[in-house]
Design a protein around this ligand. Structure first.
Ligand code: ATP
Length: 263
């Protein structure tokens, strides 16, 4: 196991609701994610996807079981794991460039070095022009680009992305898929980052991932490896492999009759 592999061992997480009822958000998850893998988590609403990501982020701790990153147990949030949530990923009171630099500044990176780095990532996501703008001047898609630039600039080995593009229009979403994949592949980097990406969009999972984990009622219901070549596009989605996986996912989501392959 190298620095960015993630293991879940019999992980359970309960919550107590305001009415006193106990909810099992994650019931008994054991799974190993390899360093550099792009893994999508798919499953019905409320099945525990966000909870799994928050457990890896260190914002939540498991009720039982253990999670390790690079073999080390998680003891809270850390710069080795970056996250982008669906909402509120950008500080509205900081200019775009200061948002991208924020984590680097906190880690003590000298001004010129962090500015150069932040500008490089803003350039990679196509936002050099608005480096000095305030977030409120940007569109939803541009704000997501800022969040993506920020999380990549921080150089975390593990990225946790919780429906980052859920609210975006189709065109912007497809453009951001390319941005994200380019940054993930990042030719200048020795090792790929490990990505855990939550999505409700089955096509998005098929276009992006090496592996899809299906979560149902807090447990792993399926683990699907994707072999389709990259880059993937509409034609890939129509390939026999991805089409079969799509049917399998739709059956898991209750949108098509079970085929037996998704058991
Ligand atoms: N802080 C909390 N307090 C109480 N219950 C919670 C809390 N966070 C999550 N839950 C419950 O845990 C379960 C799993 O929630 P989670 O947000 O992980 O699901 P999800 O798969 O990400 O859902 P969605 O796809 O709708 O975002 C749900 O029943 C939810 O109500």
């Amino acid at each position: 196991m190298n620095e960015t592999g993630i293991t879940f061992e019999n992980v359970r997480r309960n919550f107590r609701r305001a009415d006193g009822r106990e909810v099992v958000a994650v019931s008994d998850v054991s799974v190993e994610i390899k360093a550099g893998e792009f893994v999508c988590l798919v499953g019905p609403s409320g099945c525990g996807k966000t909870t799994l990501l928050q457990l890896v982020s260190g914002l939540l701790s498991p009720t039982a079981g253990a999670i390790t990153v690079g073999g080390a147990p998680i003891s809270g949030p850390g710069p080795d794991r970056g996250f982008v949530f669906q909402k509120d990923s950008v500080f509205p009171w900081m200019r775009v460039i200061d948002n991208v630099e924020y984590g680097l500044k906190r880690r003590g990176m000298p001004h010129d070095e962090r500015r150069e780095r932040a500008l490089r990532y803003l350039d990679l996501v196509g936002l050099s022009d608005v480096a000095k703008a305030w977030p409120k001047e940007l569109s939803g898609g541009m704000l997501k680009r800022v969040a993506i630039a920020t999380v990549f600039a921080n150089d975390s080995g593990v990225l946790l992305l919780d429906e980052p593009f859920g609210a975006l229009d189709y065109v912007t979403k497809r453009q951001l898929h390319d941005v994200l994949l380019d940054l993930w592949v990042d030719a200048g980097r020795e090792r790929r980052r490990t990505i855990l990406f939550v999505t409700h969009d089955v096509d998005e999972a098929l276009l992006l991932s090496d592996r899809i984990l299906v979560v149902k009622q807090g447990a792993m219901a399926d683990d699907i490896a994707l072999k389709a070549e990259r880059p993937r596009g509409v034609d890939s989605l129509a390939s026999a492999e991805l089409l079969a996986i799509k049917h399998r996912l739709l059956a898991h989501l209750g949108l098509e009759p079970a085929t037996g392959s998704e058991a």
